[in-house]
Design a protein around this ligand. Structure first.
Ligand code: KIV
Ligand code: ZN
Length: 544
């Protein structure tokens, strides 16, 4: 059996499905590029049947990330896949979206647990077997690489799974992915499930990859994934920061770093360049507005912090006393780039290129202007500051509204008041002044008055990106549309009110707060005008 574990990243599909993780097409493309640079083997770029917008985002990723850039080693080009329910319409849409990739894969699924078959699908087990066999065979007429997932496998009868998976192999599936959809199993059970599937599925052979896909409802996703790998699975489906439905999916960084740190136990390799983990984690957190909890394994702010005196003392004597991984192995230690007012474009361009951002001349002009502005206010500029500038300047959605100016008065002596100037669509300038309970409230009220799109602020987070009094402040927000803007996920036929994340960075925290809010509002407005298309469910009924 191979000692290589393929890393299948579903941040852009299962991850993006989690409330508030909505990303724009430009953001999705940038995440896909970063995943490819990091060495992910397979990128699940989305669920093309969800909307024409989703299909287009997957198509762009297939074309731009799924083909070798000039000079790129072809072996490093990731497989691009799109999810499809087991019906022809979904499969056609997935194929339409991914066929421009050099290595396309169709990923189709159908539930196999008694609960799902009876209550959700309203299908008999025999009908499920028949549908799987027909739809996998149909997908194979379009694409040579087909993955099949029996949804809710964790609560399915193992003997029934052997039958369904055997039919999938007969019909041409090349990867069999075993999802613990509701995060119900324990590591011991999951090991036995995967072991049984490998041993008892008719037609199982070396050319079939068995994959694991776990959810974290009981906090066992990583443990279950590793148990599945120990039993012989050679593909792990994961997301950056573990984002995903409900409590999330297995996190990429936890699986990859466990296999690396405990190599003597597992004896397995991945193709992930681990030094890029921290950077990609930050990128996804910024774009989704989903803040990583400080004590999150590997990528949390405290993952390598040593507070207790006894620990600090040990660390000073030898790093290995309390550290099982080196922070630099996951890219946590910041390279300080000492650039100041007198530094040139060339140095900035080189550093950004080393960090993986290749900007054209116009983009470099913009980044350089922001960099100079920051260098006037801050002596030492770290990579994290540059990441914040790049995220803020380039990967925000097309501006519908843009912050032109902000003046705030606050303190103990008067009413907090904000005057906001926004450039709106058609370059029209709007000014509005508002009072509020504090400077952020006043600012958001003024922005609301100009933008006129009702929404609820669900979450507001602020923190300093680097240490020191002159640090950049970074704000992430999550807002929910109030006027019935809905989304649809792959596993249900239901629609949900959409949540949008926003990100802003500035040395002035009220300006950062305004930018984050406008960033989220811009996403909401774009989704309202472009994305809210009707979508078809499993059985061809149109959902609004
Ligand atoms: O959790 C799940 O069952 C899934 C499948 C669609 C693979 O995400
Ligand atoms: Zn899932």
């Amino acid at each position: 059996m191979s000692n290589y574990v393929k890393i299948f990243d579903t941040t852009l599909r299962d991850g993006e499905q989690s409330p508030g993780a909505t990303m724009t097409s430009a953001e999705k493309l940038e995440v896909a590029r970063s995943l490819a640079r990091m060495g992910v083997d397979i990128i699940e770029a989305g669920f093309p049947a969800a909307s024409p917008d989703d299909l287009e985002a997957v198509r762009r990723i297939a074309a731009e990330v799924g083909n070798p850039a000039s000079g790129q080693d072809e072996a490093r080009v990731p497989v691009i896949t799109g999810l499809a329910r087991a019906n022809k319409s979904d499969i056609d849409k997935a194929w339409e979206a991914i066929q421009g990739a050099q290595k396309p894969r169709i990923h189709t699924f159908l539930a196999t647990s008694p609960i799902h078959m009876k209550h959700k699908l309203k299908m008999d087990p025999e009908e499920v077997v028949q549908r799987v066999s027909e739809m996998v065979a149909y997908a194979r007429t379009l694409c040579a690489d087909v993955e099949f997932s029996p949804e809710d496998a964790g609560r399915s009868e193992p003997e029934f799974l052997y039958v369904v998976l055997g039919e999938a192999i007969k019909s041409g599936a090349t990867t069999l992915n075993i999802p613990d959809t509701v995060g119900y199993t324990t590591p011991d059970e999951f090991y036995k499930l995967i072991d049984g599937i490998i041993k008892h599925t008719p037609g199982m052979h070396e050319g079939i990859t068995v994959s694991v896909h776990c959810h974290d409802d009981l906090g066992l996703a990583t443990a279950n994934t590793l148990a599945g790998i120990s039993a012989g699975a050679r593909q792990a489906e994961v997301t950056i920061n573990g984002i995903g439905e409900r409590a999330g999916n297995t996190s990429l960084e936890e699986v990859v770093m466990t296999l690396k740190t405990r190599h003597p136990i597992f004896g397995l390799e991945t193709g992930i360049e681990t030094k890029q983990i921290a950077r990609v984690s930050k990128l996804v957190s910024n774009y989704t507005g989903m803040v990583v909890q400080p004590n999150k394994a590997i990528v949390g702010a405290n993952a390598f912090a040593h507070e207790a005196g006894i620990h600090q003392d040990g660390m000073l004597k030898h790093q290995t006393t309390y550290e099982i991984m080196r922070p630099e192995d996951v890219g946590v230690n910041q390279t300080k780039l000492v650039l100041g007012k007198h530094s040139g474009r060339h140095a900035l361009r080189n550093r950004l290129a080393e960090m993986g951002h290749s900007l054209d001349e116009a983009e470099l002009d913009l980044a350089f202007a922001r960099f100079k502005e920051l260098a006037d206010r801050k002596k030492v500029i770290a990579d994290a500051d540059l990441e914040a500038i790049i995220a803020d300047e380039f990967y925000r959605p097309r501006d519908v509204f843009y912050l032109e100016g902000l003046q705030v008065s606050c303190g103990t002596l008067g009413m907090p008041t904000a005057t906001v100037r926004l450039r709106g669509p058609d370059r029209v300038i709007h000014n509005f002044a508002s009072m509020g309970t504090g400077p952020v409230d006043a600012t958001y009220k003024a922005i609301d008055a100009i933008v006129g799109t009702p929404c609820k602020l669900l979450e507001f987070n602020i923190h300093a990106i680097t240490e020191g009094i002159d640090a950049l402040g970074e704000v992430t927000v999550r807002i929910q549309s109030e006027n019935g803007l809905h989304t649809m996920d792959a596993q249900s036929e239901g629609v949900f009110s959409r949540v949008f994340g926003g990100h802003g960075a500035d040395t002035d925290i009220i300006v950062a707060s305004a930018k984050a809010y406008i960033n989220a509002l811009n996403k909401l407005i774009i989704a309202k005008t472009e994305g809210a298309q009707p979508v078809a469910n499993n059985f061809g009924v149109m959902l609004g």
